[in-house]
Design a protein around this ligand. Sequence first.
Ligand SMILES: O=P(O)(O)OC[C@H]1O[C@H](OP(=O)(O)OP(=O)(O)O)[C@H](O)[C@@H]1O
Ligand SMILES: Nc1ncnc2[nH]cnc12
Length: 185
Amino acid sequence: MENKYYEMNIAGCIRRLPRIRITDNMEIASFVLLGDAELVVKASAELVKRVPEVDYLITAEAKGIPLVQEMARILEMKRYFVARKSVKPYMIDPFVTEVYSITTQKKQILCLDREESNMIRGKRILIVDDVISTGESLKAMESLVEKAGGIVAGKAAILAEGDAAKRKDIIYLESFPVFPVTASR
Ligand SMILES: O=P(O)(O)OC[C@H]1O[C@H](OP(=O)(O)OP(=O)(O)O)[C@H](O)[C@@H]1O
Ligand SMILES: Nc1ncnc2[nH]cnc12
């Protein structure tokens, strides 16, 4: 019988991640943090132990948002930043970079508004995401932070997927594989 789930222990939480076909020749174990209050709290508590001291945290919408909120709460930071994937009418003179993530499979943008980028300038920034896979989302966030004049002081995620686990420049709790699909599947 086909194995439709990938089970893992993440910060003491056992989770069965559904295996989802994302291209003709690849499946991923789908990790959706949104709505998982227990995992957000436990993973945040573990991650904050491993990250360097910084001035601010930043993530990209959407799945990193609960994580960065809880990490900021533990670290007693009053403010964090969320890079948006579309320019909103209320953004004044937005900063924009492009992103192409493994799941989205098309070009997206990341942006901050002027007031946020002013706050980031000259500050030590920790980039946070729920999962790092191809690293494209991370790269786009780094570019956004640097463009705003911030200093990328660390990059952290709950999970590193596939080859991302080999990276020495990221902090993560657990690694998990991608699944090449053979012709017989
Ligand atoms: O390393 P990468 O290949 O870039 O993949 C990682 C990114 O992909 C996912 O976001 P997704 O694009 O699914 O957007 P969402 O959070 O808005 O659902 C995830 O939350 C990371 O941000
Ligand atoms: N396994 C995964 N599940 C959900 N989003 C992802 N983004 C990159 N890898 C992912």
